[in-house]
Design a binder for this molecule. Sequence first.
Ligand SMILES: [Zn+2]
Length: 331
Amino acid sequence: MSFNDFTGSRDVAVRLQHSLQRERLAHAHLFAGPRGSGKIAMATTLAQALNCLQKEHDACGRCEACRQIAEETHPDVHWVRPESKSRRIQIAQIREFERAVSLKAGTGRMKVGIIVDADCMTEPASNAFLKTLEEPPDRTIILLLTAEPQRLLPTILSRCLRISFGATRAARTPEQERALSLLVEFTSAQPRGIVNVYRLHTELTKLLVEMKGKIEEEADEVDPHKELDPEAREKLEAERAAQMEGEYRGVRELVLEEIYTWFADVLLCVSGAEAPALAHTDRWADLQRAAAGLSHERAAAHLEAVERIRDALARNIIEPFALEVGLLKLI
Ligand SMILES: [Zn+2]
């Protein structure tokens, strides 16, 4: 199946192909969406596009590599699925997977690891998998597929670039909704100048600070009256901080995905896409306004600026700085 054959998740196909062409594919993606929303087909096509012998940045579906990938016999594309009996992904499977992806690519150009129903990982499996994500093997793309992303460890969620499929997109979180309003306001401003960029920067930072504050408020504090030696207390405090950080990165990724999807939609509009192909079908008029007068090149550059922000944050570049540098490219 070529990227062009996707009618249901057209926006996702276009975004992935765009990242592929620019060689900016993240090393770990989370495909989140209900059953039947095309996650497996998209993962297969992406694995094929990375290794196809006929086409560049797409899958021909007919060559030896494409065929083997579709049949799940390709030596460089590794699948993990829940065991049929327990319906869980066990630590032994993750260990096996780690071994497989740590080997040098054989015939293929890129190794691809696909975890189907990633939320079925047991706790030990999740922890083992986290290590792989923290030290990703060379020339490997990892795809986590799930219908229930909220069941994954926040520390795993925060290390994956999230891509939503199907109806999950329609249900935006209040934070995503707020980010979207800011973007609509920003992209419809004419002319778009440095003042608009700094306003967007200020408002986004405010949103992120509030999100962080909310998580801190909700996290269980270490009881100050509890009898603990200083070392144990310190350890508990550190664990709490790591937990909060993981949660924060998870919700931040949702907001970043919203921003990314918005600019991807603007690019699609500039290329003349029809409303059903977009993630923000409900914002058709706003998108048209944002796309008006924009060249394809500029729209692609804007999308890339957002990709860079996501990249920078994934690499722990200081948040306000990463945002400022990225947003300034939107003028
Ligand atoms: Zn092929």
